[in-house]
Ligand binder design. Structure first.
Ligand code: ADE
Ligand code: ZN
Ligand code: ZN
Length: 267
């Protein structure tokens, strides 16, 4: 996701915090954000760009591969021992940063783990972050969207393009209004999800293998042909985007509540 998707997921999660969790989060958030964790939702992306990070740029490149996991093209299954060697993928990262938040005593390390965790839990709800190796999760599948002449790619369309179109069409580009809408979607939902991580990658794989790569004429998109997508693709997929934002916010909220309970008491 881009800034909007990540901040919505973290805001949804924060709206669900109970008991000691808000206070715990506050203790791990820069004071000037006033406990508002969503300001850190895209920190894990920002450290990857030299502009934001003129001196420390190289220091963080190891974390780039932790934002996603790739599977062999159209294999449509995730095998940890094949696709996530030494936990060097998003599922390993979520597992390890969750663990680190409970066991780590150093405050700076805890903060870092929290900022990575809230970001990766968002990314794992972007279907193409469980992607095909050959086209780098849709990054190499190029084309146009909504008659805009500049080219985009399928990955960027799912990170930001569909959400941007939704904001422009129905929310006067007002992110707060859009957040209120997604929050209501979450609250109106009766079902309780309790996914485990394997189920999350399975859901993403079902989406990429059955939906996301099919254009408006149900032809499979790939890296050697430019796509042309518009209203039909948008209408078909924006409900999926919004359900993933809801699921991401809900699961992150549940996880943070659980972590706040299980973390060792601070001296
Ligand atoms: N780079 C390579 N594969 C990727 C993926 N699936 N998602 C995001 N960035 C990637
Ligand atoms: Zn992405
Ligand atoms: Zn990311």
């Amino acid at each position: 996701w881009g800034l909007v998707g990540h901040s919505i997921i973290v805001r949804l999660a924060q709206s669900q915090l109970i008991d000691s969790a808000p206070e715990w989060i506050r203790s791990l958030t820069p004071w000037h954000w006033n406990g508002n964790l969503s300001a850190m939702a895209s920190w894990a992306d920002s450290i990857l760009y030299e502009d934001n990070n003129p001196t420390g740029y190289a220091n963080w490149q190891w974390s780039r591969m932790l934002h996603y996991v790739n599977i062999p093209d159209w294999s449509c299954d995730y095998q940890p021992e094949r696709d996530c060697i030494n936990d060097q993928c998003i599922l390993g990262a979520i597992k390890n940063y969750t663990k680190r938040l409970v066991t780590e005593h150093d405050h700076i390390q805890q903060e870092e783990a929290l900022y990575f965790l809230i970001h990766f839990l968002g990314d794992i709800h972007q279907p193409l972050h469980v992607g095909f190796r050959g086209d780098r999760g849709g990054n190499s599948v190029l084309g146009t969207f909504m008659n805009v002449t500049s080219r985009t790619n399928l990955h960027a369309l799912w990170d930001v393009g569909l959400i941007a179109a939704r904001l422009e069409k129905d929310f006067q580009k007002n992110i707060s209004l859009y957040y209120d809408y997604i929050y209501q979607l979450m609250m109106d939902e009766t079902s309780q999800i309790d996914d485990n991580l394997e189920q999350l990658s399975e859901q993403n794989i079902n989406l990429i293998c059955s939906q996301i790569y099919f254009d408006e004429n149900n032809v499979t998109m790939n890296a050697s042909v430019n796509f042309i997508l518009g209203e039909i693709y948008y209408q078909r997929n924006i409900p999926i985007v919004e359900q993933r934002l809801v699921d991401g916010g809900r699961l992150l909220g549940t996880l943070l509540n659980r972590l706040a309970k299980t973390r060792p008491q601070q001296p």
